[in-house]
Design a protein around this ligand. Structure first.
Ligand code: S3P
Length: 169
């Protein structure tokens, strides 16, 4: 097995869990947003402002196409699973875990975040609609659906780690 991808809506815990998984399994951890920001030397809001959302989406696909083939954990951005090509690359190059959360929990975590342009430009109602529209696509590319409601980060991490360990050979 090569890459382990965490997919899900903004605020579903992809980065927090990815970091813990990396430590627990002693694997490198990459956060796609951070990688893209480092490569461009810009923040995510600056990228959206300069290149538009479409420009940012291209960078996400480029990252998936060209990233090194290594056994690692990757926290994807919340919009990555929306492109068919991205879903295909993820399923073919690794194991995909979808972190399923309720919109209520998500809203609590992201509503005041100024670093997420989609949150900045959307009302609560619009975000909830986006959440429901995206869900089938996360499910489409996932090998595993992971419930996060009423579970601690450590419990979720342990569960995913056990699946990776079981399947890695
Ligand atoms: C986005 C999610 C963000 C980031 C960008 C767009 C989205 O990542 O890639 O702001 O479209 O859902 P997180 O899911 O890590 O917040």
């Amino acid at each position: 097995m090569k890459r382990v991808y965490l997919v899900g809506f903004m605020g579903s815990g992809k980065s927090a869990i990815g970091k813990r998984l990396g430590t627990l399994l002693d694997l490198p951890f990459y956060d796609m947003d951070t990688e893209i920001a480092t490569r461009t030397g810009m923040t995510i809001p600056q990228i959206f402002e300069t290149y538009g959302e479409e420009g940012f989406r291209e960078m996400e696909t480029e990252f998936l196409r060209n990233f090194s083939d290594e056994f690692c954990i990757i926290a994807t951005g919340g919009g990555v699973a929306m492109r068919a090509e991205n879903r295909k690359i993820m399923r073919m190059t690794g194991l995909v875990f979808y972190l399923n959360s309720t919109f209520r929990d998500i809203w609590r975590r992201i509503s005041t975040d100024i670093n997420r342009p989609i949150v900045q430009r959307s009302s609560r109602h619009e975000l909830e609609r986006l959440f429901h529209n995206r869900k089938p696509l996360y499910l489409q590319c996932a090998h595993f659906k992971v419930e996060t409601t009423n579970r601690t980060l450590s419990e979720i991490t342990q569960y995913i780690a056990s699946q990776i360990t079981r399947l890695k050979n």
